[in-house]
Design a protein around this ligand. Structure first.
Ligand code: GDP
Length: 331
């Protein structure tokens, strides 16, 4: 009998990578998807017929219980959330509802339906926000700096609490930023790679960004979903920082991305003050030595190949789209 896993947020970047990894490892993969017209399934379109999708929502306790009872997974990966820091400032209570309380609902469902289920909570480096410690590890005190980060701190602790209170195998992956060609276009890396592709093809003449000085520890999403899987295969539940340990600025990301297509970033990038956040997280860098030691996990994709991969993918996709629409227009 193959193992069964349930992924919430399966239509997102990480869900799409994790679903593929679990299929490759012989899992029966179930996914929870919101019944929403705006929900897009393109990241899982190619594997759609190998997945079992269930309509459900982190807001709906009875749906979570019903889905768990129906698919009887041994592993649950909770990736669904309102994941965008910027939007959390304008939608703070909605963010708390999904990103914080949604986790409690899922843990409650696990506890009631089958407490032997292993539970992975996708935590975030944003919990460290304003910290002065560098790099950040599992012992670094939290200092959340956005409604999103505050919700993720709650989510972290409720996961620990269900582990301590009820003995659940519940673990946190405290993941630093991780990117890919499937990253949502509201995040800065994808905004840059799409902007570069548009400029290169003559479809735009500039790219507006916010804080260019912000520094992040950017890794590859494909590496990070492997870490999530390893966390649930460990002997005991625990919390792990997942990061590359290397940090770059938004400016450096833009510089590399423009250079990939032979352009000088300074000619095209403009700072739009409207894109600055009420407070920003200036710099994050993770120390994943515990994950390396206990799980044998190590990132395989470094910064430059990651930027190049994203720019190349957007350039190819946009060229295809563009030449198709040209062909349709010509008689
Ligand atoms: P986050 O680390 O989860 O907030 O990931 P983002 O990719 O959204 O943002 C990373 C950093 O890039 C933050 O410090 C942002 O303030 C900064 N940044 C600069 N310009 C932009 C922009 O145009 N969009 C976004 N999303 N972030 C930007």
């Amino acid at each position: 009998m193959s193992r069964r896993a349930l992924i919430t947020g399966i239509t997102g970047q990480d869900g799409a990578y994790l679903a593929r990894l679990l299929l490759e490892r012989g899992y029966e993969v179930h996914g929870m998807v919101r019944r929403s017209s705006s929900d897009r399934c393109e990241r899982i379109a190619e594997i759609r017929d190998r997945l079992h999708l269930h309509p459900g929502d982190l807001i709906d306790q009875s749906a979570l219980t019903r889905i768990l009872a129906k698919c009887q997974p041994q592993e649950v990966y909770n990736l669904a959330a309102q994941t965008y820091v910027g939007a959390s400032f304008s939608q703070p209570t909605m963010t708390a509802e999904f990103t914080a309380l949604g986790v409690t609902r899922m843990l409650e469902a696990v506890r009631q339906v089958d407490p032997s289920i292993r539970f992975l909570q996708a935590s975030s480096s944003e919990v460290f926000g304003g910290t002065q410690e560098d790099p950040q590890n599992e012992k670094t005190p939290f200092w959340p700096r956005s409604p999103y980060a505050v919700a993720k701190v709650y989510a972290y602790w409720i996961t620990v609490n269900y582990r301590e209170s009820y003995g659940l195998f519940a673990s946190n992956a405290i993941m630093f930023n991780h990117e890919s060609p499937w990253r949502g276009s509201e995040f800065v890396t994808r905004r840059i790679s799409q902007g570069v592709a548009k400029i290169k093809l003559g479809l735009a003449d500039c790219l507006e960004l916010g804080n260019l000085d912000a520094q992040r520890d950017w890794g590859f999403a494909g590496d990070f979903v492997d870490a999530m899987w390893r966390i649930l295969q460990a002997d005991t539940p625990d919390d792990f920082v997942i990061a590359t340990g290397v940090r770059h600025s938004v400016r450096a990301f833009a510089e590399r991305a423009f250079a990939r297509v032979g352009l000088d970033w300074e000619k095209y990038v403009r700072v739009d003050p409207a894109r600055l956040r009420p407070v920003d997280v200036p710099s994050l860098r993770g120390d994943a030595s515990k994950a390396q030691r206990v799980l044998g996990w190590r990132p395989t994709v470094t910064f430059e190949p990651l930027v190049d991969m994203m720019v190349d993918a957007d350039l190819a996709a946009l060229s295809r789209e563009h030449s198709l629409s040209h062909r349709e227009q010509s008689p």
